[in-house]
Ligand binder design. Structure first.
Ligand SMILES: [Zn+2]
Length: 343
């Protein structure tokens, strides 16, 4: 089968790979119909994932059709159209039993190796899904494959940012970073926030944020606009979805006293100089969220099916899987906001 792997020079290539086989009785094999590139795919691309095995098939956002199930799969059936969680979970560890599925002790991220045990991903024609009954969600006819791939990761993550930020009706909410996850947060906050301000340096992303219901501004405008909107108090909730030290700095400084900074940007800076004086004086709450598709996808699926959420409106580019090298280039340079690949 065809599969997307690292080429080793900061690009990807489409390789011939062995078809995946059922390994454990709880596995399923999914024929991928749609798959997307996520910001997290860019970390291994740029050598920022320690121990990453270059042969790992990339991709953790995919939907398709079940073509084979192991002997112990009970709920999922061959022929079902499904979407998969971005990470696997065992359902039996202390975290899973307590409902903290995204912290599962047996977790692995599709398309990753090194930081987690290697698990080949879904930017391929076929993918093996462990714990299929837990990871796969059957799709109703009214939700198409392209909309469904958002349930794998970024829609639950954006939604998680809003929920864990404690966004309440009428709040002033600022979303820093309008990449795909930030845009999902904007979409989820749009019906709740009284004032919704989206911050990004890329004009195309600001346009999409405006379409989703935010007032979109450039980073250098943030202090003045948030100050004006809040009589200089600062925002009730700032969602940081960019994953850079500069974005986190901005988020901390635009939050009001006793406000919440809800971080869904990915951070790997062990020496980040956290301004604990600011944190203390303003009694700020800083909260990190990975996103929990296993917990949140049912209600988000229902919202998509009912037409209340339309995550696919952020898709800017649709390409065949064979064009993955170009797709990654477009996404990495931010010419593309969200890229969907079709095997
Ligand atoms: Zn677990």
């Amino acid at each position: 089968m065809k599969a997307v792997v690292l080429a080793g020079d900061g690009t990807v290539r489409v390789d011939d790979a062995a078809d995946p086989q059922i390994v454990d009785g709880t596995d399923a094999i999914v024929e991928v119909r749609r798959t997307a590139i996520c910001g997290a795919d860019l970390f291994p691309l740029h050598g920022m994932t320690p121990g990453f095995d270059d042969a790992t098939i990339l991709g953790h956002e995919f939907a398709g059709v079940v073509v084979e199930v192991g002997a112990n799969v009970e709920r999922i059936q061959t022929g079902q159209r499904v979407v998969c969680t971005s990470t696997i979970s065992d359902g039996t560890c202390a975290h899973c039993r307590a409902g903290r599925v995204s912290q599962c002790l047996g977790r692995a991220l599709f398309g990753y190796s090194g930081v987690y045990p290697r698990l080949d991903g879904g930017q391929a024609e076929l993918v093996r899904v462990p714990h299929a009954d837990r990871c796969l969600l059957a799709l109703p006819d009214e939700v198409d494959d392209e909309s469904a791939i958002f349930l794998a990761d970024i829609l639950p993550t954006g939604y998680g940012a809003v929920v864990r930020g404690g966004v309440a009706a009428g709040d002033v909410v600022v979303v820093v970073g309008c990449g795909p996850v930030g845009l999902m947060a904007v979409m989820c906050a749009a019906g709740i926030a009284g004032t919704l301000i989206a911050v990004d340096g890329v004009q195309e992303r600001r346009k999409i944020a405006e379409r989703l219901g935010a007032q979109a501004i450039a980073p250098e405008e943030a202090a003045a606009v948030v100050g004006d909107a809040t009589a200089e108090l600062g925002a009730d909730v700032v969602i940081e979805a960019a994953g850079s030290p500069g974005a986190l700095d901005l988020a901390l400084r635009q939050t009001r006293g006793r406000g919440i900074i809800s971080v869904v940007g990915a951070h790997f800076e062990p020496d980040y100089p956290l301004d604990n004086a600011l944190m203390f004086e303003r009694e700020l709450t800083l909260r990190f969220t990975i996103g929990d598709p296993a917990r949140d996808r049912d209600q988000l699926l229902a919202s998509i099916a009912a037409g209340r959420l339309d995550p696919a409106q952020i898709v800017t580019h649709r390409l065949p899987l064979d064009a993955a090298p170009e797709a990654y280039r477009l996404f990495d340079t931010r010419e593309a906001t969200k890229v969907v690949l079709t095997p």
